[in-house]
Design a protein. Structure first.
Length: 166
């Protein structure tokens, strides 16, 4: 609901601007929807299928709240291999969460997907920034995902786990 209010507010701001900015905004939004809409639909469908085939006992054992460092390290190990950006990753993470994965492992997974995404490194970073820059960035960020998982574990311990999304 909040997103709809935000869209309405920015539409009204654009509508009040001189010219046809609101028309241009609707066109640009529709163009982005044509590109990203199918990705979102496929990611949500894939997450739905994955949620039905994931062995919940195995997910809970390896990635659950009680998995400790094991779950965090597994999250760190698989995160770089998750394809795409948040439009693809978040539905998959939701499926893992619903299958019993704990917050620390998922935070570590998301952190590695963001900082060490293999697809981004080979398709964009090395070609644009070069191998030396990429190596320095990877080495300097090596501790971020496990530390993020550890901090998430501490927060869950003191504040409790988040509610299960619908």
């Amino acid at each position: 609901m909040i997103i709809w209010v935000m869209v309405a507010a920015v539409f009204l701001i654009a509508f009040r601007q001189p010219g046809t900015r609101h028309h241009q905004g609707v066109k640009r939004g529709f163009d982005m929807f044509l590109v990203n809409g199918p990705r979102i639909c496929v990611a949500i469908l894939a997450a739905g299928f994955i949620s039905q085939i994931l062995p919940e006992d195995l997910v809970a054992e390896w990635l659950g709240e009680s998995a400790g460092w094991q779950g965090i390290l597994i999250g760190c190990a698989v995160g770089p291999f998750f394809p795409g950006g948040p439009l693809v990753i978040m539905p998959l993470v939701l499926a893992l969460f619903k299958a019993g994965a704990g917050v620390p492992a998922l935070v570590a997974l998301l952190a590695t997907a963001s900082t060490w995404g293999i697809h981004r490194i080979f398709m964009f970073e090395i070609p644009m920034m070069g191998g030396r820059f990429t190596g320095l960035r990877l080495f300097s960020s090596i501790a971020i995902p496990p530390l993020a998982g550890l901090l998430a574990a501490l927060l869950v311990h003191f504040l409790g786990p988040p509610a299960m999304p619908h």
